[in-house]
Ligand binder design. Sequence first.
Ligand SMILES: Cc1cc2nc3c(=O)[nH]c(=O)nc-3n(C[C@H](O)[C@H](O)[C@H](O)COP(=O)(O)OP(=O)(O)OC[C@H]3O[C@@H](n4cnc5c(N)ncnc54)[C@H](O)[C@@H]3O)c2cc1C
Length: 377
Amino acid sequence: MRPLFEDLLTEEQQALAETVRCFVKDELKPYLASSPDDEFPRLLFARLCAMGLGGIPFPAEYGGGGADYATYALVLEELAVAGGALAGTLSVHGLPQLILNRFGTEEQKRRYLPRLAGGELLGAFALTEPETGSDAAAIATRAAADPDGFLISGSKAWITHSTVADLFVVFARTGEKEISAFLVEKTASGLTPLPPERKMGLRRSPTGGLSLDGVRVPKGALVGRPGDGLGIALTALDSGRITIGALAVGLCRGALEAALGYVRTRKAFGRPLEKNDVVRARLAEMAARTEAAAALVREAARLRDSGRPFSAAAAAAKLVATDTALFVTAEAVQLCGATGVSGEFPAIHFFNDAKIAQIVEGANDVQRMVLARALLS
Ligand SMILES: Cc1cc2nc3c(=O)[nH]c(=O)nc-3n(C[C@H](O)[C@H](O)[C@H](O)COP(=O)(O)OP(=O)(O)OC[C@H]3O[C@@H](n4cnc5c(N)ncnc54)[C@H](O)[C@@H]3O)c2cc1C
């Protein structure tokens, strides 16, 4: 199903969306159908980067695509029509790029951004810990200054790309009330990824813990100033909420496609399900809610692109799009009957990914908190 408002996209955006659709049809879907469901699609990630999509909204002078966030969101939406994992990878990969681009020194940018955009390096964002997720200010990982740089010790949990990333942005406490951000390469001594979690969805995207046992990083690994870390993390998450919203819209479209395919061919009570008014009403509701979520995500991206404050808009877009995704994907499972719950059929995978999307990049209750704060301030 194509977006109802596709004609409102620029010609460039329409052409890019078509390119991504062809990639999804000719490369991503065949790969998904023929590989283990927990295999990380590194080669397809590399293909996306080779297509110039590894750093869509980042400056061309550092190897990025120089496009706006609305275009980035559109690409993520199209990718997620086949499931959330590869779109999730591109979204998380964008966080270290955003952080470097916004807060990095010229040297840090030149060293890492072109390799991230080109796919030589895969990025990760390491904030969450075993004892704290929503309350990011409570992290316990510490970075102690020494004459050569910093020694980082602690544990991270639920880190996307934990076992496959080449570059982590690690957040650690540099003082009682001070959190800082560090660039940590996967080869750093003392950094050990733990076995990935067994998740209900996004199974191709490895998510797991990191043990940091006296990881030594040079002074040049610090991003921003000491104490800037929490602000850096929250700035990245604001933008990440738009990309997770876009991913959720893609899941809605994929689930709707699966449901349409089923009701067109399945017969009940002597006629195809698609002739049944109740079924038709459900499909219409799914489509209408998907378009509403898509519009909110696009508007949040456009607001960001206009340079205006977009934090509340991003929270609203993430909240509505991921809640919508859970509704639409559950409806898709229902409309496909028993087939809907089969692991061999896509509907349940969209549902599983949608549930996770409600939790990542700040659980939806945290989005409600952000919105309420904006409303009442
Ligand atoms: C697949 C996956 C990938 C992830 N990838 C990353 C990653 O790459 N990097 C990273 O750093 N983290 C990552 N995370 C972690 C994610 O950001 C956290 O799970 C999320 O922020 C929620 O934190 P938590 O799980 O500790 O939930 P908790 O903080 O324990 O909260 C549990 C629930 O309590 C409620 N709640 C919490 N706080 C409030 C509040 N203030 N008001 C109202 N209700 C509240 C919410 O309903 C919430 O869902 C990932 C998680 C998953 C599942």
